[in-house]
Ligand binder design. Structure first.
Ligand SMILES: Nc1ncnc2c1ncn2[C@@H]1O[C@H](COP(=O)(O)OP(=O)(O)OP(=O)(O)O)[C@@H](O)[C@H]1O
Ligand SMILES: Nc1nc2c(ncn2[C@@H]2O[C@H](COP(=O)(O)O)[C@@H](O)[C@H]2O)c(=O)[nH]1
Length: 211
């Protein structure tokens, strides 16, 4: 909820992890609980998984459309992940932040690095780790949406993904979904209260002390 007393600029909450560690699951829970948090819907050239809807889970584009958006500067960040292109459309994010809303991103370390370079002050980054590699493989398989070849490819890249954990502000080991959601919520609540994000403080304190 937006603070009734003090104006605030929105923040960008990034969740990254090796594929299958649980960031989509955590994101879904957070979005259901927090009315001031909006999901950044990425664009991608990968094919939709069963049940994924265009414009809801991703904007599914062909490579030509994606590259045109890159050329037009329409992405806040973009990267190649698992041989496909992924990017964050710029305008919806900027609109939400300007209105004091917070934006949740499910993006990889390359995209997070780009956001850190261009918008460090607005960025809060969380890296989600699995409790073990066996658990990660199990989660990818039981999700049941990728072929065995895709699961193997993602497991082969997991160690490389995880090598970027030091670049993140916070680390959450996702053993239990409810506990991980509580931890990310706690991070979000604390970051919202950072002095420098509360852009209305000079006015608010001025009114308090203007006797
Ligand atoms: N703490 C947990 N314990 C057990 N299963 C979990 C846990 N967290 C997530 N899962 C399950 O693991 C699977 C993968 O989770 P999810 O799709 O959220 O991962 P992801 O990190 O978003 O993956 P990707 O990067 O491929 O999108 C899902 O089936 C989810 O229900
Ligand atoms: N740099 C970006 N990475 C993104 C974006 N959207 C998703 N992703 C990451 O890609 C992988 C694979 O996702 P999947 O949905 O195909 O399993 C995962 O690590 C996502 O976080 C994006 O816009 N930019």
């Amino acid at each position: 909820m937006q603070d009734a007393f003090v104006q605030r600029r929105g923040l960008m909450l990034v969740l990254s992890s090796p594929s299958g560690a649980g960031k989509t699951t955590i994101s879904r829970e957070l979005l259901g609980r927090d009315g001031n948090l909006a999901l950044s819907v990425s664009a991608t050239t990968r094919a939709p998984r069963p049940g994924e809807e265009d414009g809801v889970h991703y904007h599914f584009l062909d490579e030509g459309e994606f590259r045109r958006m890159v050329a037009d500067g329409d992405f806040l960040e973009h990267a190649e992940v698992f041989g496909k292109l992924y990017g964050t459309p710029r305008r919806p994010v900027e609109r939400t932040l300007d209105a004091g809303g917070d934006v949740l991103f499910d993006i990889d370390w390359q995209g997070t690095r780009q956001l850190r370079d261009t918008a460090r002050a607005d960025l809060v980054s969380v890296f989600v780790l699995p409790p073990s590699m066996d658990a990660l493989a199990e989660r990818l398989r039981q999700r049941g949406q990728d072929s065995e070849a895709v699961v193997r490819e993602r497991m082969a890249k997991a160690a490389d993904e995880m090598s970027h954990w030091r670049e993140y502000d916070y680390i959450v080991v996702n053993e239990s979904i409810p506990e991980s959601v509580r931890r990310v919520e706690a991070i979000l609540q604390a970051e919202r209260l950072r002095r420098e994000r509360q852009t209305g403080l000079p006015d608010f304190v001025g009114r308090l002390t203007d006797v």
